[in-house]
Design a protein around this ligand. Structure first.
Ligand SMILES: [Zn+2]
Ligand SMILES: [Zn+2]
Ligand SMILES: [Zn+2]
Length: 161
């Protein structure tokens, strides 16, 4: 994960030099708002990876008037800041989770129950660095998630077979 300047969210009305240098092509400014706080709080309620749609539905159910686009935008900011993990489930849906650690890590995800184990992968870190360096790439980042069936789901499947 890229380290360095954290993404700073401008408060409503502030004019501080909080624009992140560079970051071209994003085009959207997300402000710290009650909506942003609500998105954070809704994510903190669960340990499971949650889709933006589910999060949006939960917020609406709680009476928070927030658009799906806004939810996406706040999630993206949290991801950029390394506070939230984003991964693409193997059914193609993008899901989010507030992880136990902010340090770079990977996930072992159960396809049937969603159980997630956070894993370190020193071999992966070395391998990606070496592969990228060999091709002259710098500023390298990667995402590695491992999907499978957890031991209890495997047991259930076996006993019901
Ligand atoms: Zn994680
Ligand atoms: Zn499972
Ligand atoms: Zn890694």
């Amino acid at each position: 994960m890229a380290e360095g300047a954290p993404v700073h969210i401008a408060e409503e009305g502030s004019s501080g030099p909080s624009r992140r240098r560079g970051a071209p092509g994003r085009g959207t400014t997300v402000r710290a708002t009650r909506q942003g706080d609500a998105v954070c709080a809704a994510l903190a309620e669960t340990d499971a990876f949650t889709s933006a749609q589910d999060l949006h539905a939960r917020l609406r159910a709680q009476g928070t008037a927030v658009g799906l686009t806004t939810v996406y935008r706040h999630l993206q900011v949290l991801v950029d800041r390394g506070e939230v993990d984003m991964l693409r489930r193997d059914d193609g849906e993008t899901v989010y989770r507030r992880c136990a650690t902010e340090a770079h890590h990977h996930h072992l995800v159960c396809r049937s129950c969603g159980r997630t184990v956070e894993i370190a992968g020193p071999e992966i870190e070395q391998w990606t660095e070496a592969v990228a360096a060999a091709e002259g790439f710098v500023d390298v980042a990667h995402t590695v998630e491992i999907y499978g069936t957890c031991s209890s789901c495997a047991l259930t499947a076996e006993s019901s077979a």
